[in-house]
Ligand binder design. Structure first.
Ligand SMILES: [Zn+2]
Ligand SMILES: [Zn+2]
Length: 181
């Protein structure tokens, strides 16, 4: 069974997706967000002249709205700064795009064009995209695939949904066998 590359490692237990995404926001951007929010409150309540005191609710609302906007922009920048690295993209270029293009357009462009997350092959540490089924360097299997048509299957499937191949014939790779036994 050539397509099942051997590896004796047990599957690594990964943190839940939400936790991982939240940890993508660096400390500096959180601090920046708080500072910007506080700064906006200062601008609306300290710097702007208080001609009409009856407009206070309006000013409170504006201060809150603008503060939230700039704070979330800082968090977004922080997220992008870390996200580019795990995708092997140019950090400097994309930070510049996000800062220069107004109104968050840069961030939208970034989320449309970003590359898949890069991980390391557990067997040989080559950088591999999360969409790969096999490591390009050592044939280590990254995801369960059909032994006949090589399209991805779920580890709980008994037959391939694409070609009807009996998946039990293939045998499971060592690191996925833990699920089937
Ligand atoms: Zn490899
Ligand atoms: Zn198949």
């Amino acid at each position: 069974m050539g397509q099942w590359a051997n590896a004796s490692e047990r599957p690594v237990v990964k943190a839940s997706q939400g936790d991982e995404e939240l940890r993508m926001i660096p400390r500096w951007s959180m601090v920046l967000a708080v500072l910007l929010f506080a700064g906006m409150q200062y601008v609306f309540h300290g710097v702007m002249p208080h001609y009409k005191h009856e407009l206070l609710p309006m000013r409170l609302m504006m201060g809150y709205a603008w503060g939230t906007l700039v704070a979330s922009y800082a968090l977004l920048l922080g997220y992008v700064s870390r996200d580019v690295k795990r995708r092997g993209m140019s950090a400097g270029l994309w930070m510049l795009v996000c800062v220069v293009l107004p109104g968050g357009i840069g961030a939208v462009v970034y989320f449309m064009l970003r590359q898949p997350v890069l991980t390391r092959c557990p067997n040989c540490s080559t950088a591999v995209a999360s969409t790969y089924h096999f490591c390009p360097q050592c044939q280590f299997q990254m995801a369960p695939v059909c032994g006949e048509c090589h399209r991805s299957v779920k580890i709980t499937d008994v037959f391939c949904t694409q070609c009807g191949h009996d998946l039990a014939v293939d045998g499971a790779p060592a690191r996925l066998r833990v699920y089937s036994d």
